[in-house]
Structure formats: C-alpha cells, structure tokens
Design a protein around this ligand. Structure first.
Ligand SMILES: [Fe+2]
Length: 360
C-alpha cells in the first residue's frame, strides 16, 4: 500500500520519530525462506492468534511488549505483524525508539499474507471477533478525523459515532447493507471540524445523542454515566470523560472503547479549545479509562502525523498505558504541564466551528 502523506492536526503533537520500515507479504515470504530469516513477532492478543499465525513466529501481544521488550533478540531482524498492519507499526515504532535497529512491520498484516502468499492461513476480517457486532472505522483524510460505524449484523441495526459533515458515505453504507440507524453519537462538541450529526439526522431521523453537559441547541438526547445507546442486541455504555471538553463521553462496547479525543494514540486531545480542563482530563483518565483492562482496544477520534494511513487506527489500553506520552506523566502537576505546553497553534476559527456545531 502506498504511504499517505502525514496529516498535520492541531490536536496532535508533532511526530517523535520517522517512518516505520514496512515489508510486504511477498517480501516476508522470501525473507522467511532465506538462510537467515527474521523472527516474525505476532503482536495480537491470544484470542485473535487462535485464528491463524505464521509458522515459527513468536507471540508477544502489544500490551505486553513494553514489559517484555528485552526478551526479544537484538541480533536478529524482527518483523512485527498483526491482523491488518497497524498495531504492528505501533510496535515497530516502539522497538525503534528503544534501539532495535533491524525492525519492520508487515504491511497489510496476516490478512494480506493469507491473501497474497498462503491462502491456507485463512482470512478473518469479521469472523475473528465473532459475528455479534462489527466496527467499521472510517478515516476522513481532509480533517484527520475518524468516524465509527458500529452495528449488530444480525438485527442490521447500527450507530454512527462522530460523523463527518459529508454524510453520503454513511447513507450509502446504511442503504447498501440494509441497516437501520438507531442513533448518532457525538462524543463531544468538536472544535476542529464541522460534525455531520444534523445532516445524518435529517437523512435518517435517527436521534442524536450527546453528553448531558453539552450546550447543544439542536434536538438531542442527553447521556449520563452508565446509560447506554442500544443497537440490536448490543449497546454502547457511557463513561463521562470530561477534560478535552466539558461534555466529553467515552463509549464502551465490551472490550472496545471509543475514546473521542480523551485518549488518542500516543497522546490526548488538547484542553485549551473551549471548556476543557487538564485537571478534569487527568481525573477522567485515572478514574475511568485507566481502570479498564489492558487488553481493551482503543479507538480514537483522530489520527496524527506519526503514521501513514494504515487500515485501522487502533491500540490497546495496555500499550497506551506504557507508551503514551500523556500517560507517562507521573503526577497530576506534570500532566497539567504537559497538556498546557508545547502544542501547535490553536485552529484560527475554532470558536466559529464550535458555535456552528452547537446549532447543528
Ligand atoms: Fe475534539
């Protein structure tokens, strides 16, 4: 896959490192047949590994990598892999930061390896997680934002989280898949882009859900801690996580959390764009998100300039706990300092964007 140009985004700090070397499935196949093959390292959790893995590999889940990094050989090339390629890039970047110099990530993951090299491995896009629910991550290249389409594939009922202004992709997905839209959720009042909640509501009549502290002036349903947005047999459970904004929600679906801008990959959303508070963000992280299990998958609302565009922007709480710059701050005071210094300039028109988002 061709690398996509990094997207500067005002919520995300500048990159710490350069690009991660990638190997294609065919290149890895050739390397594994060569006299001194690299060690393939599977960074997926055990549940996914059950489905298929590369022969002769080592299993070291991403959330355990920081603690066990020194168990990896430094005298052998390492090729990190996962399902689709993204967690492997995060892991490879982590190893490069720690002085491993012969590291690469498998582009397209084991899915691409199974497709292009060894069909006996089988492919498992949705099957790996069972068919109880599906998550489609929809990157918006113009704004650097991530929208989520979450659905019960049996009942064909879905929810869209943080839709972009152009709602035509979501309408097409709903129509083509025969989905009914149960709700539109805004994790918070956005200051960097115009949301598509009003347009999607107009097109589908689905209710818009926002946090109860939101000053939204359009018709909506308010959500508080512990409440849920139901879709088919599934539900998104609300965690109130103010800090990036006062009205911020994180939504939990079993072992996955949709963190909005409360927790990004490698950082947190800035707190200085109206109504935010680094102290409240510290409390939301310490008292809510960091109490969840390490295996919890983190689906943020933004992607940053550190990565070219992978298939999915996902991490685990354990990995973020061990590596995320914001989560490395040892005290509340250090965290507040981190959140108030060193950020890019504020977007010029953020107050106008906030105002437009509040009237829908
Ligand atoms: Fe935001």
């Amino acid at each position: 896959m061709a690398a996509t140009a990094p997207i500067p985004h005002p919520y995300v700090r500048p990159p710490r490192t350069g690009a991660v070397p990638l190997v294609s499935a065919k290149e890895l196949d050739a390397l594994l047949r060569a006299p001194h093959p690299p060690l393939a390292v599977d960074v997926r959790p055990s549940e996914e590994r059950k489905h298929a893995h590369l022969p002769g590999d080592r299993h070291l889940p991403l959330d355990q990598l920081p603690a066990q990094v020194e168990s990896l050989p430094r005298d052998r090339a390492l090729v990190l892999y996962d399902h689709l390629g993204f967690r492997a890039r995060v892991a490879a970047e982590f190893l490069l930061d720690r002085g491993f110099d012969r590291v690469a990530a498998l582009e397209g993951g084991i899915e691409e390896y199974a497709r292009g090299v060894d069909p006996s491995l089988g492919r498992y896009s949705d099957a790996a997680r069972g068919a109880e629910w599906i998550v489609r991550q929809l990157p918006r290249l113009d704004t650097g934002c991530l929208t989520y389409f979450v659905g019960d594939p049996v009942a064909r009922v879905a929810v869209v989280i943080d839709p972009g202004l152009d709602v035509s992709p979501y309408r097409a997905m709903l129509t083509e898949g025969g989905w009914t839209l149960a709700g539109i959720v805004e994790t918070h009042t956005h200051a960097d882009h115009l949301g598509g909640h009003a347009g999607l509501h107009a097109a589908t009549d689905a209710p818009i859900f926002v946090g109860h502290r939101s000053p939204a002036q359009y018709p909506h349903r308010s959500l508080s801690e512990g409440e849920a947005v139901r879709f088919g047999s599934q539900e998104l459970v609300v965690l109130e996580t103010p800090g990036h904004t006062i009205d911020h929600l994180t939504l939990r679906l079993r072992d996955q959390i949709f963190t909005g801008d409360t927790l990004l990959l490698g950082s947190c959303g800035r707190t200085d764009l109206g109504g935010g508070s680094p102290d409240r963000l510290w409390e939301s992280l310490q008292e809510k998100l960091l109490r969840l299990p390490n295996e919890t998958e983190v689906y943020p609302a933004h992607f940053g300039p550190r990565h070219s565009l992978p298939e999915r922007f996902v991490s685990t709480l354990g990995f973020e706990r061990a590596t995320n710059e914001a989560l490395q701050q040892p005290t509340r005071e250090a965290f507040v300092r981190y959140m108030t210094e060193g950020w890019p300039p504020k977007p010029k028109n953020f107050d106008e964007i906030v105002a437009a988002n509040l009237v829908g």
